[in-house]
Design a protein around this ligand. Structure first.
Ligand code: SF4
Ligand code: SF4
Length: 110
């Protein structure tokens, strides 16, 4: 998610949350984990440790209990718009995602 109705190259994030429906826990990098350790974000690390998302071909499941994971655990909805609860320290894969850069985004233009 770009978030906060940011513009990137003239493309606005609509805060629809679609790009956060994948479980970003599976995409967190070693560098992200190091950032959260330095920032003392044990709340995030706790979720990372406990979700253990595994890609099963076309969906993610928890390696702990087999439950299907439908969206990032840090995604919340406020007045119909998505919001990232860890926006300031969100993973690099999220920070670098640009609105309209892939077909899952409603701002994607062919
Ligand atoms: S899919 Fe596009 S419009 Fe929707 S939240 Fe993500 S970047 Fe924003
Ligand atoms: S960490 Fe934030 S920006 Fe990244 S997928 Fe989760 S809710 Fe979206």
């Amino acid at each position: 998610m770009s978030g906060n109705n940011e513009y990137h190259g003239g493309v606005e994030c609509l805060r629809c949350g679609t790009c956060c429906l994948a479980d970003m826990v599976a995409c967190a990098s070693v560098e992200d984990v190091e950032l959260w350790k330095r920032a003392g974000r044990d709340d995030i690390l706790h979720i990372i440790d406990n979700e253990r998302a595994v890609w099963m071909g076309d969906h993610l499941v928890s390696a702990i209990d087999g439950r299907e994971l439908h969206h990032c655990p840090f995604l919340e909805w406020v007045n119909g718009c998505c919001s990232c609860t860890i926006y300031d320290v969100r993973p690099r894969v999220c920070a670098e995602y640009r609105p309209g850069s892939s077909q899952i985004c409603p701002q994607f233009k062919k």
